[in-house]
Design a protein around this ligand. Sequence first.
Ligand code: SRM
Ligand code: SF4
Length: 558
Amino acid sequence: MSQDELNKPENLSPVEKMKTESRGLRSNMTEQMSNSLTGNIDETATQIVKFHGSYAQDDRSRREERERKKLEWAYSFMIRLRIPGGDITAKQWLGLQESCDTRASGIIKITTRQTIQFHGVVKARMKPTMKDFDDLGLDAIAACGDVNRNVMAGANPLLAPYQAEVHEYADKISEALLPKTGAFKEVWLDGEKLPQDKPAEEDPLYQDRYLPRKFKIGIVIPPHNENDVFSQDIGLIAIGNGETFEGFNVAIGGGFGCTHGNEKTYPRLGTIIGFVPKDKAVETCWQIAAVQRDYGNREDRKQARLKYTLDRLGVDFFKGELENRLGFKLEEAKPYEFTHRGDAFGWLQDHLGKWHYTMFVETGLVKDLPDYEVKSALKEIAELDCCGYRFTGNQNIMLINIDESDKPKIEEILNKSGISTDKQSKTRQEAIACVALPTCPLALAEAQRYLPEFVSKIEALQDKHGLSDKPITTRITGCPNGCGRPYVAEIGLIGKAPGKYVLRLGGDYIGERLNTVYREEADETEILQIVDELFAKYANDAKDDESFGDFTQKLLFA
Ligand code: SRM
Ligand code: SF4
């Protein structure tokens, strides 16, 4: 469809109307959130509350029981915070944990985008929870919705002398692309009300229609592709020269969401369109979002992401339009190389002598397990107030900027709580699962609750074939939306039905190649049988440093 035929007012999707009529994301939110007759909210508020960082959900495992008792479903809200680059202070962690204990499920979930979520916040607790965040200097605005989401940035301080400078771009970009509205304060924090006869605040980027769809930006620092830079709408690859940070290679049009059986939807890796010097990076992101605002599909939400705009218009057209708006041309992309994606677990010392500890948190769930008490350890360490906390895009947590003199106190707590990087295989440390059941309304199969058990079975097969020291990127999602980025895993499972997954193989170890469907539908027994046979061949025939993904790609799909 040509651009002229697209987005005629009569064809716009219903969500477009809700956005333009929302008066700067206010809509009927205050009224819906204060209606105590139901734990749910209406369709308009359901769409608009996303822009405030929240999703209306219900506990799917309790639906039948509630229906039997003639009760409405067990509704509650998930709240996702906006934490650019994943950084908070120890005091903020303490406040968040307390808020989660008193107002939500008690289990903080570290997401694949370097932030955290609370689950199970009932309607009456939404305002107090948002107030807790505000008291801690945090917010949830734009963590979801058709706007720029949480901006990710390379977490490991050892990657380059300029890591800290690069990391600050997460904040700068997030600030520049925030919606300009007082709605968040008005709805949650009893802020001043916008009079009914006054128009909403001017918003040069989002105007009154926002973006056609969600929008994601992630920064990586080679050789580490920890945030899967090619899965982002805008992926920024930091380029330096010796000690100096120069700017970013810009990749656009990455995105993974698709729908089973809908061939018009597909996962796509970002396309590198050039290099921008660091002082032009924020403006470049802003203008890319603006081009997507003006050209994206607003009729069909399944065709609305930047990746589809790019494939419809062509990369050259998009780049030309971007350069016209910027008033300068992008430079030729600079050379770089990726070598890994997983986090650097355990202790690291940076060039300034500060210590950092990366802690493994299985599927990002902060809870105490027998002999591995993450929740207690994080609380006790935060009480010392001698380090910062940083979430990683692999759903783990780092304790950062620790003085040599404070290290022993932290080590003592880690030891006491059973936290050690020797307890997990490399495959387990690098595995990712999305939330899926019981809260995600889109889940078709288990993911987060299933991953630990599935990884144990993969580990057993690795042991059997003498492959225990090989990290094999394993990712599971409960549906094809790709929240755990399974399309760039070496073993990717994508939920199709309870206990059934699409099996995708042949992704590379560094996230530069999409994997390929090997079985359209398989249960655990079949998947493990396939993996067992492939491991046997891999152990016998692979070249020394060949990754499992490269080996299977050559064997099965070349
Ligand atoms: Fe996601 C929708 C959870 C990262 C692609 N995602 C959802 C929802 C909100 C379901 C819904 O729409 O009602 C899930 C909430 C489940 C729950 O109960 O918490 C959900 N997504 C997550 C998280 C929490 C997974 C996790 O276990 O860490 C991640 C939160 C990230 C964050 O902090 O912002 C999460 N989601 C991703 C990623 C990975 C990434 O961004 O790096 C992707 C793939 C990349 C991409 O965007 O293409 C992703 N989520 C989606 C999609 C597909 C979008 C599309 O283009 O079609 C949906 C469905 C949608 O938007 O319609 C979705
Ligand atoms: Fe839910 Fe699907 Fe995302 Fe998993 S991949 S959290 S099942 S939307």
